[in-house]
Design a protein around this ligand. Structure first.
Ligand code: F6P
Length: 327
């Protein structure tokens, strides 16, 4: 059943992810398509509190589909965690007549939105935008594909120099507590191992694997390390490993924030476009306090309780494949 939403506010929050602009464009254009007014809120919850709210039109989001980052800017807001901050934010939205919200961000964004919905009953929907792919309820988050491609491109380049010098590289990738970027970029980049938070590999097992390679004439090796690995980051692993190693000259590369930048891939642009339209249509059709997701290529709406405090389980098939291919 259609509800009375007439003015939609949209914002990006948390870490930026490639494809956020494509999602924003889709939200703005779908809103206008359905004859709704649409307002951009700058710097996430911070701009809601500081009343940085601008009216957007179809042309305001022209030429942003292919751009990384977010033209609305983003922030991780401490003030929004306070009751006073949220009250101020609500007053500002009310002043502009905003009666529906679309947030583009990760789990922190959705948690804030849920609290806001509970307190003020403002219809709201979250679009998952994070490179980490760590949200339950969706097979993919916006930005994950692009950042993994970026990691793979970097790994390929490191391989050239690793081979030329017979070196072992520990390459650290982002993902917070999720191993999605690490396991996928490890397989795609031909790493001998991907160290991920979801798997409990021991230092001995890793050492034996690399040692075997050394003995069977593997002259160079790449190990991808998820930043959230329980065995430590790339620096720590390299240090531990160098105490026992007889074969390799060891180097470390931490890819860091370069994984967040750049033009979104075709996949992220299409995903963002689908999710942006779904968010607006969901809001108009009475969905609230939900996150848009994609499961088996079908758009779904997930309740807050089905997303937060649930892990996006790593695909165990990927772990199996990585093991078979890294002999
Ligand atoms: O959530 C996205 C992410 O890039 C994580 O992979 C990383 O751990 C974190 O954000 C870094 O946050 P910041 O940019 O605030 O340092």
């Amino acid at each position: 059943m259609e509800n009375k939403i007439s003015k939609i506010g949209v914002f990006t929050s948390g870490g930026d992810a490639p494809g956020m602009n494509a999602a924003l464009r889709a939200v703005v254009r779908a809103s206008i398509y359905y004859n709704k007014e649409v307002y951009g809120i700058m710097r996430g919850y911070e701009g809601m509190i500081d009343e940085e709210i601008v009216k957007l039109g179809a042309r305001s989001v022209g030429n942003i589909l292919q751009r990384g980052g977010t033209i609305l800017k983003t922030a991780r807001s401490e003030t929004f965690r306070t009751k006073e901050g949220r009250e101020k934010a609500f007053r500002n939205l009310k002043k502009h007549g905003i009666n529906g919200l679309v947030a583009i961000g990760g789990d922190g964004t959705f948690t804030g939105l849920h609290k806001f919905y509970e307190e003020f009953n403002l219809p709201s929907i979250c679009i998952p935008g994070t490179i980490d792919n760590d949200l339950a309820g969706t097979d993919f988050t916006i930005g994950f594909d692009t950042s993994t491609n970026t990691a793979v491109e970097a790994i390929d380049k490191i391989r050239d120099t690793a081979l030329s010098h017979n070196r072992l590289f520990f390459i650290e990738v982002m993902g917070r507590n999720s191993g999605y970027i690490a396991i996928n970029s490890g397989i795609a980049g031909g790493a001998v191992a991907s160290i991920i938070p979801e798997e409990t590999l021991t230092m001995d097992e890793l050492f034996n694997k690399l040692d075997e390679g050394g003995k069977t004439n593997r002259k160079s090796s790449l190990v991808v390390v998820a930043e959230g690995s329980k065995m430590g980051g790339a620096m720590e692993l390299a240090k531990k490993f160098s105490e026992r190693n007889n074969y390799f000259d060891i180097k470390v590369t931490i890819l860091g924030h370069l994984q967040r930048g750049g033009a979104p891939s075709y996949f992220d642009r299409v995903l963002a476009s689908k999710m942006g339209v779904a968010a607006v249509e969901g809001l108009i059709n009475g969905q609230t306090d939900v996150m848009v997701g994609i499961r088996n290529n079908v758009i779904v709406y997930n309740k807050f309780s089905d997303v937060i405090n649930h892990r996006h389980e790593i695909d165990s098939e990927l772990i199996r494949i990585a093991k078979i291919l890294s002999i």
